[in-house]
Design a binder for this molecule. Sequence first.
Ligand code: ADP
Length: 569
Amino acid sequence: PFARPYWPQCAGALAALTAAAAAVLSIGAILRAVIDRGFAAADPAMFDRALLLMLAAILVLSAATYARVALVAWLGERITADLRRAVYDHLLRLSPGFFETMRSGDILSRMTADAAVLQLVVGSSASMALRNLLLLAGGLAMLLLTSGKLTLLVLVAMPLVVAPIIMTGRRVRKLSKTSQEKISDLSAAIEETVYGIKTVLANNHEAIERQNFHARIEASVAAAMLRVRTRALMSMLVIALVFGAIGGILWIGGHDVLAGQVTPGQLSSFIFYAIIVAGTVGALSEVTGDLQRAAGATERIFELLAARPEIAPPPQPLPMPQPVRGAIRFDKVRFAYPSRPEQPALQDFNLTVQPGARLAIVGPSGAGKTTLFQLLLRFYDPQAGTISIDGRDLKQADPADIRRQIAFVAQDPVIFSKNAWDNIRYGRPDASDAEIMAAARAAHADEFLLRLPEGMQTFLGEKGVRLSGGQKQRIAIARAILRKAPILLLDEATSALDAESEQAVQHALEQLMHGRTTLVIAHRLATVMQADRIAVLDQGKIIAAGTHHELISANPLYARLAALQFGAG
Ligand code: ADP
């Protein structure tokens, strides 16, 4: 399917390939004319004519080869590019559950290394295989025309030559897949270490990581060596068998010439074709290695394309009400993560939040607070019960439409390797510069952003490593302000900020929460005090709800959490 749009180029490449093969094959016939009618008959005019013909054939061959190589390389680039784009587009359609089961390094290597193997094949090996097949068929036909008896010999020898080659080829294919998997292991390990480098260093884990990595490298080298050795064995077999056969033909054919049964020109062109045929068999055994590697790579790439999103818009999604007021309702919801189906993260879960209200969520770690947010964003669907926004069951709505109504500030916000403008613009790509500045100001982010060396133009570094926790949060808040969504999901940072930062973030949050239905996973006293209502979560259930003062006396778990987390006596 990926080649179909480029059928004119494919047809052009095929034509060039056929012309080149025909030109090569004609050279043998011309060679015979040169020897028998030019040399043997001592006819200079005939000799000149034959050589001019040969020159013409060489011209056709070179021009056709140029066209083939250029067209085919172009096809390789284009088709691989289309494939990578299709896979990337598809990845963005998958739900978060998929990325929990698949390591990111694995995805990375499928899209780069495997795609590169495929590019090699589409961009050269496949056409080489085709060209050699044509030459093989044409060469065999010319052999038959030249000498039936010798050709019979060739045909008898052929299975003996080809069978061992095909058998080793199969083995190479299997070994290639293992080898590719080991390389994919390597990139996954590198990615993990690079991403977690500070944790690695802080735990003095370098030596262990190094050992693990060395073991993986050795495993990948061992797998590769086995492949290489098998392939070398195959090359050896090809050369010994093919050239042995040619030697045999030369011997028998030479006796025929001596006996006057064939002309020297016939034997010369026969040898020429035999060498071409032998060459094609050799080349074919080389490229089958590539083709087989590509078969494995293709399988791995198409596995990505075959993954079905668990959360898809229904065939006829119902639109969210316009405008959304922000009433949220969980009704008898039961949800377990796909990777732990028997252990529900939420069960018998009921919750109603009025439009514009502010609900603080507190509870011990693992209680299900983050899960609540993930369900509202429709990253997952509950197994039972309904979740609705303004009465619209989320299962009946398009996930994109739902997410448009929500601004989400994560505990540890993601900063992209772009400048400050683009990082804030992430909340709403069509926002004007003035709107971005206003959002930055409201989030108290302008104070530090403008002090950076290049102001808002400053590159914020890969994953925001050049920013402090409080600064990252303020950028995320600016992003959320820009989003102008009626519902706000806020996962308050647990990390302690310095007093000034804390105050700035608090002011920024006030701005953000204003006029929105807010669900906030609370870690600060100020936040619970300002909430309209507090829900206490434990083991996937709401065990109590009320105001801070009500809960402090009525709910022991809350009282304990409040004392520990908020320092409220
Ligand atoms: P909280 O935010 O209150 O700390 P979570 O909502 O993150 O709690 O987690 C609730 C439960 O679900 C925990 O038992 C946790 O281990 C589990 N959990 C969270 N995320 C996943 C996931 N992606 N896959 C499987 N289980 C998960």
